[in-house]
Design a protein around this ligand. Structure first.
Ligand code: GDP
Ligand code: IMO
Ligand code: MG
Length: 436
């Protein structure tokens, strides 16, 4: 394919915190402005929630543009797919009457999560005891290990006459590794569902997504890459080892879709008005008190994938700035402002006390013994936001909060989200209309 230098660039939307920022909702809101939505990394560890017509949908593998009729959705090469979860998602969508076969394409190069990958995940976690990562146990780490170890099975292998043989070879290899753990499992119980999922996958259009996406860009189509997890869970830059196993940052969209760096356009970074984290690992602004519990209850902060309670805390600006730097975020979206409605004052972490010194960056080791947050107090808005429909009607304290974040980060906040529904979305410039 010849490269058209004037081709469109793909925008990238991703989480700037520890995941669950509200990516699913916003991708759904923005989809009418795009022709193509493409997931580029992660897998069923993700849980992306959308709400419209009083109904909530949770997607794990399928991109969040799937509910809009004229949009093509692509599962990119960087994604890892569990056929069992995929089938459940498809069944749920079909139950709602969504005919998605014509608008969902899957990369041949995406890797498959085997049942034994999930056992390996569980065995590894249980062997770590208190040091466990807090994985979603969806087999993500072991599948990416097999990918980089050059042992993995890919969607494109399904059509091969040697597929069964390749599967058995890998499964046996996993059984050997599992024998080193004190871990029991029943493969026969879960294998049939996996092969049912494989049959379903066969019925979907498989593509060389890197070629197709670049072709779309050449044709002037608008592409949005949808991130999973969050920048602080990135395998290289997150709080290692308490991270996921893929590059969640903008660079991951290049490798996970085959888009060259100079073909990426706007980088839209999403963050909550506060912070959450699910699973283990350091979280400087965590509130293990009443206030944290209040955030969890009001914000319904329970995992979309595992149902686990999410840890909650104040907004952490040095961490946010770090994520903005890694991604080159050109615009920001602030989610869940409504959760802070009842707080008379709001704390924002603006620097850290690190080994007795004041710093404003995230150091290598930010465990609580070494690093404590330093807060700036702001006035709360004490106003219900969820019924506000115009950006002009937001309380002055909320505007001050947003402007403070813009000043600190140097990046404009383009959208403020005030509820889980599609419609509860306020555009700063007032020009954008949300299709409901
Ligand atoms: P994702 O993984 O980034 O897509 O986020 P999740 O779906 O895991 O978690 C976000 C949660 O917040 C979901 O339950 C959403 O329905 C909900 N949500 C999204 N935006 C808002 C908002 O502005 N206000 C409130 N109260 N809830 C929201
Ligand atoms: P979305 O896309 C929040 C966390 C897990 C764990 C760590 C490693 O919905 O924002 P893994 O299963 O990848 O081995 O888990 O990463 N984690 C997430 N946390 N949102 C997610 O996805 C997550 N995906 C993984 O809780 O701490
Ligand atoms: Mg989520």
């Amino acid at each position: 394919m010849t490269i058209d230098q004037n081709q469109m660039k793909a925008d990238v939307l991703l989480g700037l915190q520890w995941g669950d920022e509200g990516k699913g909702k916003i991708v759904d809101v923005l989809t009418p402005h795009y022709d193509v939505i493409a997931r580029f990394q992660g897998g069923p560890n993700a849980g992306h929630t959308l709400k419209f017509n009083e109904t909530k949908h949770i997607l794990h593998t399928i991109p969040s543009g799937i509910f809009r009729e004229n949009c093509i959705n692509i599962i990119g090469n960087g994604v890892v797919i569990d056929p069992v979860v995929f089938k459940k998602e498809i069944d749920a969508l079909e139950k709602f009457g969504f005919d998605i076969r014509k608008r969902l394409f899957i990369s041949r190069k995406a890797h498959l999560i085997l049942p034994t990958h999930k056992f390996l995940d569980a065995a590894s976690e249980s062997s770590k005891g208190k040091e466990k990562i807090g994985s979603t146990l969806k087999g993500i780490g072991p599948t990416y290990m097999d990918k980089t170890g050059r042992n993995g099975l890919r969607v494109g292998d399904i059509e091969s006459p040697k597929f069964k043989e390749k599967y058995t070879f890998l499964k046996d290899k996993h059984a050997q590794i599992l024998s080193f753990y004190d871990f029991s499992y029943n493969l026969a119980e879960v294998e049939p569902a996996w092969f049912e999922g494989i049959e379903l996958l066969k019925s979907f259009t498989q593509i060389d997504s890197e070629i197709v996406i670049n072709q779309y860009l050449n044709e002037g189509k608008k592409v949005l890459a949808e991130g999973a997890q969050g920048s602080l869970l990135d395998i290289d830059f997150g709080s290692y080892p308490f991270v996921t196993s893929s590059n969640t940052i903008c660079a991951g969209a290049c490798t996970g879709l085959g888009i060259a760096p100079n073909r990426t356009g706007e980088v839209i970074g999403i963050f909550k008005a506060y912070c959450t984290r699910v699973g283990s690992g350091p979280f400087p602004t965590e509130l293990e008190n009443e206030t944290g519990e209040q955030m969890r209850q009001i914000g319904a902060e329970f995992g979309s994938t595992t149902g686990r309670p999410r840890r909650c805390g104040w907004l952490d600006l040095p961490a946010l700035k770090y994520a903005i730097m890694l991604n080159g975020a050109t615009q920001l979206i602030m989610m869940k402002a409504d959760v802070m409605d009842g707080f008379s004052t709001i704390q924002v972490c603006t620097s850290y006390n690190y080994k007795g010194e004041k710093i404003s960056y995230l150091p290598y080791d930010f465990s609580p013994e070494l690093l404590q947050p330093v807060y700036t107090e702001m006035k709360g808005w004490n106003t219900k936001l969820d019924n506000i429909t115009s950006i002009n009607d937001i309380p002055s304290e909320l505007l001050a909060y947003v402007e403070f974040i813009e000043k600190e980060t140097g990046v404009p906040v383009k959208i403020i989200s005030v509820g889980p529904d599609r419609g509860q979305t306020l555009f700063r410039n007032n020009t954008e209309k949300v299709a409901i």
